[in-house]
Design a protein around this ligand. Structure first.
Ligand code: C2E
Ligand code: CA
Ligand code: CA
Length: 249
């Protein structure tokens, strides 16, 4: 953190029906001089334990919004919050200060939180979520279907979006239970007025099936792997060139 070695990479999120990119999720990357690349699944829990997740997250949000403000205005940036950030009452203030500093429109930001993050102190989490939503930041429930899912939580908390965990998506073609669970989640989201993104789509057949079921958004290697700022700009140039060509045709 002190040497600013962490960098955000960006993975596209698309409209499944049209395949057009609608936004990107920021995913942190760290390459240590001695260890080489270290997975966030390894170093994020350590950063939480050591109490440095807040400065790490602020650094990352600054870098991510400095990149994302150069994208077309209609694209959103999705940003992950760790469970411990939802018990820290300074979190909302830190996010707003960073947005102010980089001049990024809060209405283009989405925050991804998990059910685990809501559990330890629901009242604190709710206060933070409400502060963020008050300025137009959207809130997504990440990894839905894993961990201690509680449908009651969907009544207590207002989420703008739900992200269906990769575990269901990867088995959607192979087993009936996954298919039924996904269809039930989609019906529920429609009733509650929430957007949906299916995560971890790797195959064309999975994307087709999800469109059939009425799933709006998709994310996964099929549409693009996480890439650095520069490669993401290249991805966008190509995506917008194709869109413009389609409009002319
Ligand atoms: P996540 O938030 O569920 O992020 C999605 C993970 O799935 C990412 O792994 C992404 O690279 C991977 N992924 C995306 N599409 C596919 C696919 O089609 N197939 C497969 N097999 N994997 C796919 P990544 O980047 O290694 O991140 C792992 C986890 O670390 C994240 O899971 C999130 O919980 C955490 N994380 C990453 N960046 C941040 C961050 O900036 N802040 C916080 N607090 N946590 C982060
Ligand atoms: Ca996420
Ligand atoms: Ca996820």
């Amino acid at each position: 953190v002190a040497t600013e070695e962490v960098e955000p990479h960006f993975q596209p999120i698309v409209d499944l029906a049209t395949r057009q990119v609608i936004g990107f999720e920021a995913l942190v990357r760290w390459t240590d001089r001695d260890l080489g690349p270290v997975s966030p699944a390894v170093f994020i829990p350590i950063a939480e334990e050591r109490g440095i997740i807040s400065p790490l997250s602020q650094l990352l949000l600054r870098k991510a919004t400095q990149t994302a403000r150069n994208w077309p205005d209609e694209l959103f940036l999705s940003f992950n919050l760790s469970p411990s950030q939802l018990v820290d009452q300074n979190t909302a203030q830190h996010i707003l200060a960073t947005l102010h500093r980089t001049g990024f429109d809060p209405r283009r930001l989405e925050i991804e939180i998990t059910e685990t993050g809501l559990m330890s102190d629901p009242a604190s989490a709710e206060k933070i979520v409400n502060e963020l939503r008050a300025v137009g930041i959207r809130v997504s429930l990440d990894d839905f279907g894993t961990g201690q899912s509680s449908l009651g939580r969907l009544r207590e908390f207002q989420f703008d979006k739900l992200k269906i965990d990769r575990a269901f998506v990867s088995s959607i073609l192979a087993d009936k239970p996954s298919e039924h669970i996904i269809r039930a989640i989609l019906a529920m989201c429609q009733g509650l007025g929430m957007d949906v993104v299916a995560e971890g789509i790797e195959e064309e057949a999975q994307a087709k099936r999800l469109v059939q079921f009425g799933c709006g958004g998709g994310q996964g290697y099929l549409f693009g792997k996480p890439a650095d700022s520069e490669a993401t700009m290249g991805y966008l140039r190509e995506a917008y060139r194709i869109m413009a060509a389609a409009r002319r045709a």
